[in-house]
Design a protein around this ligand. Structure first.
Ligand code: TYD
Length: 405
C-alpha cells in the first residue's frame, strides 16, 4: 500500500492522469529527444486526509536556472501581493526589528513593497533566473531550496523571523516535514507562518483538474493543514479564502498556545466536513467529471478542426500540461499557444509540442476560437482582449465544464 508523504498513513489512489511531462519544461523545437515523463496520479491519505500525488518528481528537474514562471506576469497578482505586503507592514512588521522571509519568492513580486519600505526581508527560491530578476530590483534573495538546513543557515546569518510567507509554493514541496521543522526553527516565539495555495474545495467544486500537475504535489484543505501543523508543535490560527488562481486559501500558522485560533478556522473545518472533502467518494465523483470534461473537450476540438475553424490557446500555463496531455492535444487541434513570457516563446509545450508564440500572434489575424488555458486569469484576459470577441471570436473554457463564451 502506498504511504502518505506527510504522515505515513495509507494512501488510496483516486485518479490517474497518465503519462505526463514536466509542466514548465518548454522545449526548443529541435530538441525534443529524451523528454522526461512520469505518471501523474492523485490520492488521499486515510489517516490525515492529505490529498497528494502518488509519484514525486525530483525537485531539481522542476526548479532550476531556467525555470520560466515569473510571478509578476499578471496585473491582478501584482496587486494581490502588493496588498499582502502592505498588510504585513501594517500588522506584523511594526516591532523594533521586523524581519520577513518569503519561501519561493520568485521575481520578488511580494517582497518589492517590503524592500521599498526599508524593512528587513529575505527571499529564498531555488530558481536561478527568477531570483536574479528579484535581486536586480533590490530584493535580498538567496538562491536555494528552503528546507530545515537552509532555515538554520538563515537563523544563524540573519536571526529569527516575525513572518514567513509563501504563495503557491508550499503545495509544491513533497518534504513538508523538513519545511515545518525549518519554519519552527526560524519563527520568533510569536511569529506567524502564512501560506496560500490552490484549495481542494475549489478544485472539487469547479472540477479544475488542471490544478493537478507535477509542481502541485499537495491539494490542501484546512483539515489536512491543521493535522500537519500539529505534528510540529504548530497550530492553524486563521484561514482566508479568496479568488486568485482559481480559488485559494491563505493559512496562518503560529506556535501552539501563542495565538488564539480565529472562528474562521472552525467554520471552514465544518464546511469541509459538510462537503465531504475528506471522503474518497467525493474525489471519485470529481474523477468522473474530469473524464467527462476530457471527452467533451476532445469532441469539440475535433469538430472545430473538421469544420476548418482556427483554434489557438491562450496562456502557456503549467496547468495546461495536464489538460493537453490528458486529452492528447497537439498542433493538429490547437495551432499555437500565445503567452507573454519571453522564456516560453518560440518553444513548444511540454509533451503536447504545441508551438508557443508571443501575444501579437493572437491578433495576426484573430482565430475563430481561443482555448483559455489561463482560465484563472479570465477576468484580466477577457477585459484586455475584447477586440477578439468583437471580431466574432469565441473563448473555449473547460472548467467547470466545456463551454464557449
Ligand atoms: P498561471 O496560471 O499564473 O500559472 P501556472 O503556470 O502555474 O498554471 O500562468 C499564467 C500564464 O499565462 C503565464 O505563462 C503568463 C500567461 N499570461 C498571458 O500570456 N497573458 C496574460 O494576460 C496573463 C494574465 C497571463
Amino acid at each position: 500500500m502506498p504511504e502518505c508523504r506527510t504522515c505515513g498513513g495509507a494512501l488510496t489512489e483516486v485518479y490517474d492522469f497518465g503519462r505526463q511531462p514536466l509542466s514548465d519544461a518548454f522545449l526548443e523545437p529541435d530538441k525534443l529527444e529524451g523528454e522526461f515523463f512520469y505518471r501523474l496520479a492523485v490520492g488521499m491519505c486515510g489517516a490525515c486526509t492529505m490529498v497528494q500525488l502518488m509519484e514525486e518528481v525530483p525537485r531539481d528537474k522542476m526548479f532550476h536556472e531556467d525555470y520560466p514562471y515569473y510571478s509578476s506576469g499578471s496585473e491582478v497578482m501584482r496587486k494581490h501581493f502588493e496588498h499582502t505586503a502592505r498588510d504585513f507592514l501594517d500588522t506584523e512588521l511594526t516591532g523594533p526589528d521586523p524581519f520577513i522571509v518569503e519561501i519561493g519568492s520568485n521575481d520578488g513580486v511580494m517582497l518589492k513593497a517590503i524592500a521599498d519600505a526599508g524593512v528587513k526581508h529575505l527571499g529564498v527560491d531555488p530558481s536561478g533566473a527568477v531570483t536574479e530578476r528579484a535581486r536586480s530590483k533590490g530584493i535580498r534573495t538567496r538562491t536555494a531550496f528552503f528546507e530545515e538546513s537552509e532555515a538554520l543557515a538563515v537563523v544563524a546569518a540573519e536571526g529569527n523571523a516575525d513572518v514567513i510567507f509563501a504563495a503557491n509554493t508550499i503545495c509544491h514541496i513533497p518534504y513538508l516535514d523538513s519545511i515545518f521543522r525549518g519554519v519552527a526553527a526560524l519563527l520568533k516565539p510569536n511569529g506567524i507562518f502564512v501560506f496560500e495555495d490552490p484549495y481542494l474545495g475549489d478544485i472539487v467544486e469547479r472540477a479544475s483538474f488542471d490544478q493537478i500537475y507535477d509542481e502541485h504535489f499537495y491539494l490542501f484543505t484546512a483539515r489536512a493543514v491543521r493535522n500537519m501543523a500539529r505534528r510540529f508543535g504548530l497550530e492553524l490560527v486563521d484561514v482566508e479564502h479568496f479568488g486568485v488562481h482559481g480559488g485559494e486559501v491563505r493559512y496562518t500558522i503560529a506556535r501552539q498556545g501563542a495565538r488564539e485560533p480565529k472562528p474562521a478556522v472552525e467554520e471552514l473545518l465544518a464546511e469541509e466536513d459538510a462537503r465531504g472533502l475528506a471522503q474518497l467518494s467525493t474525489l471519485e465523483e470529481f474523477g468522473l467529471r474530469v473524464t467527462a470534461i476530457k471527452d467533451d473537450l476532445v469532441t469539440l476540438l475535433t469538430k472545430l478542426r473538421d469544420e476548418g475553424k482556427r483554434v489557438v490557446a491562450y496562456g502557456a500555463t503549467a496547468k495546461s500540461a495536464t489538460v493537453a496531455n490528458l486529452c492528447g492535444l497537439g498542433p493538429d487541434l490547437v495551432e499555437f499557444v500565445c503567452d507573454i513570457t519571453p522564456q516560453k516563446q518560440n518553444r513548444v509545450t511540454p509533451g503536447s509540442h504545441i508551438p508557443v508564440r508571443g501575444p501579437e500572434a493572437f491578433r495576426d489575424p484573430y482565430p475563430d476560437y481561443a482555448l483559455l488555458f489561463a482560465w484563472n486569469h479570465a477576468d484580466e484576459i477577457l477585459a484586455k482582449e475584447q477586440e477578439f470577441r468583437r471580431n466574432g471570436g469565441k473563448w473555449i473554457l473547460y472548467v467547470p465544464d466545456v463551454h464557449t463564451v
